[in-house]
Design a protein around this ligand. Sequence first.
Ligand SMILES: C[S@@+](CC[C@H](N)C(=O)[O-])C[C@H]1O[C@@H](n2cnc3c(N)ncnc32)[C@H](O)[C@@H]1O
Length: 496
Amino acid sequence: MPDTGAELPSLRDALRSSGFTLDGVADVLGDRASRALNREQPVPAELVTRGSDDPVAVLVRLFGLGCPVETAQVDRALPGWGADRLAGLGVVERVGDAVRTLFDLRPYGDGEHEWWVLSDLAEGVTRRPLPVDHVLGIGGASMTLASWTARRPVDRALDLGTGCGVQSLHLSAHASSVVATDVSERALATTRFNAALNGVDWDVRAGSMLDPVADDTFDLVVSNPPFVITPRTDAMPTYEYRDGGQVGHAVVEGLVRTVGGHLRPGGVAQLLGNWEVPSGGDWRDVVRSWIGGTGLDAWVVQRDVQDPAEYAELWAGDGGHRSGTEGFERMYAGWLADFDSRGVGEVGFGVITLQRPRDAREPWVDLVDATTGPVASPMGPTVLAGLEARTWLADHGDRGVLGTAWRCAPDVTEERHGRPGADDPSVILVRQGGGLGRSVRADTVLAAYLSVADGSLTAGQALDAIASLVEASPDAVRAQALPQIRELVADGLLVR
Ligand SMILES: C[S@@+](CC[C@H](N)C(=O)[O-])C[C@H]1O[C@@H](n2cnc3c(N)ncnc32)[C@H](O)[C@@H]1O
């Protein structure tokens, strides 16, 4: 692993001065090559940068594409640093008159901060299956968790299973202190390097799951844990970055059951996970059984569902194993046999958000299926608003809902569908433009209520007026509309 020396801030300065930034790389690569590289296809980027002496192009070839680059070119691209110092640091190796990188190094950011992140080279660059101690770079799951994290200023935050430290970089923007843990020594060394490179200070600890923080509590815990369900047979490579070494979904279940012991009152834990759903079963029953007894509020959003064969294809192919090879087919069959042994019908993926209530009240639980359509990006502001809205509903009950003058959020629109020539619509759909992109079918009462929900009448007043218009009993109208209004409040379609 490279040195984590005092020199790293000056390397950061050199990378920035050379223009090796998110914008700089995007300018050099252009849209097509950038998008291809995000799909781990290096060919367009290789063609765009070939023969160029532009410092950013040279650094993309060196650190992003893994090409050997002439020493003199590297010296010109990184003035004050150059190939010798990079080799001395252990980031590149010499190959004749050229150097070749030993790591992926790339700019990364959140719109307000610019960081540089070192990780192991992806298999698209090495063109070999990954070693089992591979340290993952910033991938789709990393960005999903970063997007969904509820970011408010907090005192203490934990990044469990830190890998290259990408979540810790985000946390350092809004947490006074960050603890980063991992079971992999290589990941911890990478995290320390990235902390030093970016001039941030984390408490980096070795150990499995919550062991390294046995006596600690946090305001925010984030984890993209090793959640991949892996058959426990010799045919499977045990990749540290994705496999927690347990059977089925036990890693995620265990974390959900125990993380509450490390949350301060009002503290939030967010994790990604897979869950096995028995044939004919409902994912909500599986996840609800993990949450029961924790005393935590829980908001779980299922974002994807795969059947066992789709899951096997995805993960047998991960790490550089090609379809059609003997190893791939052995792994594929192993996954199917493993799922069949437990009667698994499908595997869900989603984002789990848990909150320790501030005071003694019944925890709320909301299990939402959002497997179709895009959601807001970033999702963090929606998660923060959703936590507050659900907590408000739990604190204030139906009386509070009826006594509040709600208004439709600005991103809510209504669609009316009907037969040509019909006087009245047969379907009214209420759509949310942001957030989870909810779409709700409104009955006559709800549609009437939303049409007057502009913050001037309380829900109780508006529903009573609607009851007299439709000549129905006020109690019946309230009973019909209240659960629907609560849902719209929880998801941010109705706001105070
Ligand atoms: C999917 S990677 C996530 C890396 C990074 N946090 C991200 O968001 O991209 C999972 C990480 O968990 C680590 N890990 C594996 N088993 C673990 C365990 N038992 N306890 C803690 N971390 C573990 C792996 O080494 C790896 O760094």
